[in-house]
Design a protein. Structure first.
Length: 94
């Protein structure tokens, strides 16, 4: 399968994750070529990627991520987002 979009966060430290990302809940930064949650929000911390894929949820694609959970809690990877009630997710809990 061809790569439709990717981001490895391999860039200078920054207060923002990048133009293709929206910090919905919580504060995420680029630190040492990684995306890190800096400050927890009031609810589930959420970072969304704004790509053409989100405008076309009917397209077939495979979300893939390399993640590391460093605190108690969990992390989610989602795909095929349409709205709060229509999407797929995988959750890893510690």
């Amino acid at each position: 399968m061809a790569t439709l979009a990717s981001d490895n966060f391999d860039r200078a430290d920054s207060d923002t994750v990048g133009a293709d990302w929206t910090e919905v809940v919580g504060d995420f930064d680029i630190v040492s070529n990684t995306c890190q949650l800096i400050t927890h929000g009031a609810s589930d911390d959420t970072l969304t990627w704004n790509t053409a894929l989100s405008a076309s949820p009917a397209a077939d694609y495979d979300p893939e991520a390399i993640l590391r959970v460093t605190t108690t809690g969990g992390i989610h990877v989602g795909g095929r987002w349409t709205d709060d009630n229509n999407w797929y997710r995988c959750r890893i809990s510690t």
